[in-house]
Design a protein around this ligand. Structure first.
Ligand code: NAD
Length: 253
């Protein structure tokens, strides 16, 4: 489905990012993978069988670094067809009464400003091309509350807002913008959240979190990647400005 298409993915050394890289590569895509550190990017990229892979290090919360990773992708491939705007952090686990400005700023810096900067520069290219598809990684935390995770929850609600405005602004250029809203996904982020919530009883936290999902388990990163591939494909040609729960039924409770 993505023969001769260029797919740019942020947070590409992480669980969902690398699963997305593999899923798009399987469909014939050329990849540009962005993450904080060269070493972890190289390790992750070594597991991907793609025609062409460009590795780029950037901190997505710094506007100039985002501008640069977008420019380098455009210089290397001459086009950007799909943007998986995915890098994110969960931040510290604290109730609002103990919440800190620093944690809020850190989480918003990556999850909101990082997503915004990515949209700002990638959409300039897609607008010019008059084609393209974006998938923003939101969360069920972008739709629901979660005790102890106000910074993350507020940041992912902001991503849903960015997603809607970007879709409206880009519709006339034939560029589609959608979001995925997963509940718990079996990645390193979930391990951090379990530890933050329950310390050395992280295994108990995992069981409790999984039990709160009607399907009684976390998603796999591959399940999220499959939804990203669908939303980026021609099969989703009339879908824009939407967000998709992928949560084993949790949103229906
Ligand atoms: P992960 O921790 O495995 O991967 C996140 C990746 O983002 C890491 O490789 C990390 O280095 C990178 N990253 C973090 N800050 C960055 C920055 N400033 N600049 C560049 N890269 C940066 O987590 P994941 O589960 O793969 O998460 C991917 C996305 O999915 C995130 O936006 C997350 O909020 C979202 N999400 C995850 C879950 C879950 O349960 N795992 C659920 C819903 C949404």
């Amino acid at each position: 489905m993505f023969e001769n298409k260029v797919v740019l993915i942020t947070g590409a050394a992480g669980g969902i990012g690398i699963a997305a890289a593999k899923a798009f590569a399987k469909e014939g895509a050329k990849l540009a993978l962005v993450d904080l550190k060269r070493e972890s990017l190289e390790k992750a990229a070594a597991t991907v069988d793609a025609k062409d892979i460009l590795l780029l290090t950037a901190n997505v919360s710094v506007e100039n670094e985002v501008k640069e990773y977008v420019q380098k992708t455009q210089e290397h491939y001459g086009q950007i067809d799909v943007f998986i705007n995915n890098a994110g952090i969960n931040g510290e686990f604290k109730n609002i009464t103990e919440q800190t400005e620093e944690n809020f700023n850190n989480v918003f810096g990556v999850n909101v400003m990082g997503a915004f900067f990515g949209l700002k520069y990638v959409l300039q290219i897609m607008k010019e091309q008059k084609s393209g598809a974006v998938v923003n990684t939101a969360s069920n935390g972008g739709l629901l509350g979660a005790p102890g995770m106000s910074a993350y929850v507020a940041s992912k609600h902001a991503v849903i807002g960015l997603n809607k405005s970007a879709a409206l602004e880009m519709a006339e250029y034939g560029v589609r913008v959608n979001a995925v809203a997963p509940s718990g996904v079996n990645t390193e982020m979930m391990r951090r959240i379990e530890k933050n919530a329950m310390g050395d009883q992280a295994e108990e936290a995992r069981k409790a979190f999984e039990a709160s999902v009607p399907m009684n388990r976390y998603a796999t990163a591959e399940e999220i990647a499959d939804l990203m591939v669908f939303l980026s494909s021609e099969k989703a040609s009339f879908i824009s400005g939407s967000y998709y729960r992928i949560d084993g039924g949790q949103g229906a409770t």
